[in-house]
Design a protein around this ligand. Structure first.
Ligand SMILES: Cc1cc2nc3c(=O)[nH]c(=O)nc-3n(C[C@H](O)[C@H](O)[C@H](O)COP(=O)(O)O)c2cc1C
Length: 255
């Protein structure tokens, strides 16, 4: 299969997954009732609910299915107390029943590429999917020693892009981080919607010291804290005010 065909050709598959019936009203109720909760009551979240919601987070769409994320459900009382402090002792953290640190792992593309090749090999897949992970992923996400490959990639995509449709990222560690953060943030949203669907509430927080949080969790420099998510049941004054959104004409454009 020629290189360009990997993207444009529909592969011949012996697989189908019918779309099940879903409840749009139930989904709207979840999305509409999710608010950022700053004060929680004392209701605990059952362990099984937390586990299910975390599992649902991992079902978020993610770039190249390379799953460049980690979620740390902070359960040790000492670590939890320190995490609250690192979240500036915000009430959203201080009063929470549970705290989860979502971490983007741009470096995970390598190990997860290998895992993917293993799964594809077990499944007897040698076609475009295998080629994608075997070759394209390396070209797309390698930056090389001292970002040398990223530098040359940047030049390459610039000149190629002058005349041809060219995927342009990532060519630097910043772009690779952004790439991983996007997928991690989608998983965070899955987690928060899952909690709401299960009858609980949440608050995403980037009002925290990401470097100290990373150190608290004993993570390497390559790990980038995306956000801390607090969870629990909303207290009486847990929602600080009615939801404010500007007119959708500012944001939704039909072109
Ligand atoms: C990435 C991100 C970081 C946030 N950080 C904080 C935070 O540190 N503390 C806080 O109280 N709320 C935080 N929020 C919540 C926002 O303030 C909230 O989503 C926004 O005001 C809209 O309100 P709503 O979530 O109730 O619709 C954050 C939200 C996001 C998406």
């Amino acid at each position: 299969m020629a290189k360009a065909d990997i993207f444009s050709k529909v592969p011949e598959l012996n697989y189908s997954e019918p779309a099940i019936e879903t409840d749009f009203d139930a989904f709207k109720a979840v999305v509409n009732s999710r608010r950022s909760i700053r004060v929680y009551d004392a209701t605990p979240i059952p362990e099984s609910v937390m586990r299910e919601c975390l599992d649902l987070a991992l079902l978020a769409p993610n770039s190249s299915n390379l799953q460049t994320w980690e979620f740390f459900w902070v359960r040790s009382p000492e670590k939890k107390a320190e995490l609250v402090r690192l979240c500036l002792s915000q009430p959203a953290a201080r009063t929470a029943q549970e705290l989860v640190v979502a971490v983007a792992r741009p470096d995970f593309w390598k190990i997860n590429r290998e895992r993917m090749l293993e799964v594809l090999t077990q499944n007897g897949e040698k076609g475009a999917g295998y080629q994608y992970y075997n070759k394209v992923v390396i070209l797309a996400y390698s930056l090389g020693f001292l970002n040398l490959m990223g530098f040359f990639k940047r030049l390459f995509v610039y000149f190629r892009g002058l005349t041809q449709v060219t995927p342009r990222i990532p060519t630097s560690s910043t772009e690779l981080e952004t790439w991983a953060q996007k997928s991690t943030a989608l998983a965070c949203q899955n987690l928060m919607l899952a909690l709401r669907a299960a009858g609980y509430d949440s608050c995403p927080m980037e009002g925290m010291d990401g470097v100290r949080v990373r150190k608290l969790l004993g993570l390497p420099n390559a790990a980038k804290v995306c956000m801390v998510i607090s969870a629990g049941k909303r207290g009486k004054n847990g929602v600080y005010g009615p939801r404010i959104r500007f007119d959708n004409s500012h944001f939704i454009h039909e072109v």
